[in-house]
Ligand binder design. Structure first.
Ligand code: FER
Length: 246
């Protein structure tokens, strides 16, 4: 299924809970940078939510998975407008009661920002290992393990593997201030972060949790960015927190 965002097709998959009545709550689930909706940790989180009565809407964001747009042309601005469109789509579904946002890494930062922008439309957010050091890195000139002059951004940056990334990604990221989004969102938050995260230092999960008004933080000892060792503990954290809300 595709959700249209101003001419861009966003590949999306709706999974209903195992047991449900006419209506149920729904969680939008967003992958990270270079990721997609079929990644192991993304499908596992969605399945866990489906088991406890939540529908899930997994989405491939601009330039990722089977959505339109080129990876090299994606920016956080594009992901944010994607997220707002997907939230509006979900709110328009007849069966949806409450609405939650869950995202991993760059998708985690996206739900922090979209949660602030759409705070009146959602009941809670779950940033998983949120990569909210990206704007800071863009301003300092350190991203993707590379250094560049933040005042003279290259046209293209070499990104993961053989993929390049347009310098406009960095320009957009430089203008984003996640602290403002944290302060603006006063609803409930669950942050989960592995303390051996090699891509997003765990300190970012801790700092965000301290700054949010109403946040539960679950640290996973020994785990990595994509939860290679203890995905089950991530799922337990999400299940425990969401069970109390439904
Ligand atoms: C970076 C480190 C991590 C970066 C992006 C990420 C664009 C995002 C990771 C993810 O979403 O999984 O330097 O630069």
């Amino acid at each position: 299924m595709y959700i249209m965002d101003d001419g861009i097709r966003l590949n999306a998959k709706l999974d209903m809970p195992e047991k449900h009545g006419e209506k149920c709550p729904l969680v939008i689930v967003i992958h990270g940078f270079t990721g997609h909706m079929e990644e192991r940790h993304i499908t596992a989180v969605a399945k866990t939510l489906n088991e406890i009565g939540y529908a899930t809407l997994r989405v491939d964001m601009y330039g990722h998975g089977n959505s339109d747009g080129k990876f090299e042309n994606h920016t956080l601005f594009k992901w944010l407008t994607n997220a707002m469109t997907v939230i509006d789509y979900a709110r328009g579904l007849d069966f949806v009661t409450d609405l939650y946002l869950c995202g991993h890494s760059q998708g985690g930062m996206t739900v922090m920002l979209a949660g602030a922008m759409k705070h009146d439309a959602i009941q809670g957010i779950i940033p998983l290992s949120p990569a909210w050091m990206i704007p800071e890195g863009a301003r300092k000139g350190t991203l993707l393990g590379q250094k560049f002059d933040p005042d003279h951004i290259p046209e293209m940056l070499p990104a993961w593997g053989d993929r390049g990334l347009n310098g406009n990604y960095v320009r957009a990221a430089q203008m984003i201030h996640v602290e403002e989004a944290i302060d603006r969102y006063t609803g409930p938050v669950l942050i989960v972060h592995g303390d051996q995260d090699e891509a997003v230092p765990v300190e970012y999960g801790i700092r965000a949790a301290e700054r949010y008004q109403d946040c539960k933080l679950v640290l996973i000892p020994g785990d990595t960015h994509c939860y290679d060792y203890h995905l089950d503990q991530v799922l337990d954290a999400v299940r425990d927190w969401m069970m109390k809300r439904n």
